[in-house]
Design a protein around this ligand. Structure first.
Ligand SMILES: NC(=O)c1ccc[n+]([C@@H]2O[C@H](COP(=O)([O-])OP(=O)(O)OC[C@H]3O[C@@H](n4cnc5c(N)ncnc54)[C@H](OP(=O)(O)O)[C@@H]3O)[C@@H](O)[C@H]2O)c1
Length: 257
């Protein structure tokens, strides 16, 4: 299937590892121009060097920026706007499920999780919509199945990810037919150095049993599988899809209904 993503201009928040890095690579493979940000300057520099080696003829813009900080994200979009004028595809990927097991986290922790998982997306969406000449495009939020169901994930994370569905649906309704807005809700995604890798290092047997007993596909998803879905949703092949939340979880949530 030709996704026709060649020369599209794409921004991904949180693109230096995991799902975000798989998104950056997958869009580059399709011939898109890609801008990404993450907080750690050294990591941004080293990923950029590696990507430039892999994709010598692509345009790649990389920024050290904290997506929870509206001023920082404004600076990123202003630099992209100076260079490209506009964006075709924006993926808000920043988020983190690490929190405490309390039924309701202390206010400081709850706010931190909210900033990381919701405010970061709000900031990115606002700047995208305010970009001059922004008349067409597609916006995708990376949420989680933890926002759909309560199966033991931290409450603050689940609430923030659920709020992304509301943001996505409201924007989809209000921005149609020019801008499509969708959510992707992954289940458990493994990659070396990721949050599931940390859990496996601590207790491999427990995690293996957990995955085998809760995920019908009996395995983790990969960042590349999430990227494939996001690429399709952001392409013209998905031109009638807006306001949707697409679950990609190896069947984990099918037994909940
Ligand atoms: N992995 C899973 O099993 C899973 C499951 C469901 C949903 N998700 C969602 O998928 C998304 C990506 O998950 P992941 O596991 O790939 O995450 P990850 O390994 O923690 O990577 C997050 C990326 O975002 C960057 N980042 C973090 N905070 C940032 C901030 N405030 N501003 C800018 N960049 C920031 C990180 O780099 P720096 O630290 O250098 O900033 C990194 O590049 C998240 O929204 C997560 O909630 C993941």
């Amino acid at each position: 299937m030709n996704l026709n993503l060649k020369d599209k201009k794409v921004f991904i928040s949180g693109g230096s590892r995991g799902i975000g890095l798989a998104l950056v690579r997958s869009f580059l493979v399709e011939g898109a121009h890609v801008a990404f940000c993450s907080r750690n300057q050294e990591m941004v520099d080293s990923v950029l060097t590696e990507l430039k080696r892999e994709f010598p003829s692509s345009t790649i813009l990389a920024f050290a920026s904290d997506a929870t900080d509206p001023i920082s994200i404004k600076g990123v979009f202003s630099a992209i706007s100076d260079r490209w004028n506009t964006l075709d595809i924006v993926v808000s990927n920043v988020g983190d499920g690490r929190s405490t097991p309390d039924p309701l986290q202390l206010e400081s922790q709850f706010n931190k999780t909210w900033q990381m998982n919701f405010t970061s997306a709000e900031n990115v969406a606002r700047e995208f919509l305010q970009m001059s000449h922004q008349e067409q495009g597609t916006l995708i939020f990376i949420s989680s199945i933890a926002g759909l169901e309560a199966f033991g994930a931290p409450t603050d994370y689940s609430v923030a990810k659920a709020a992304l569905f509301a943001l996505s649906k409201n924007l989809a309704r209000k921005l149609a037919p020019n801008i499509r807005v969708n959510c992707v809700a992954p289940g458990n995604v493994y990659f070396p150095g990721g949050s599931w890798d940390e859990k496996i290092q601590k207790d491999p047997d427990r995690i293996q049993k957990l995955i085998e007993s809760t995920v019908p596909m009996k395995r983790f998803g990969s960042p590349e599988e999430i990227a494939d879905l996001v690429l399709f949703l952001s392409s013209e092949r998905a031109s009638f899809i807006t306001g949707s939340c697409v679950v990609i979880d190896g069947g984990q949530t099918v037994g909940f209904h």
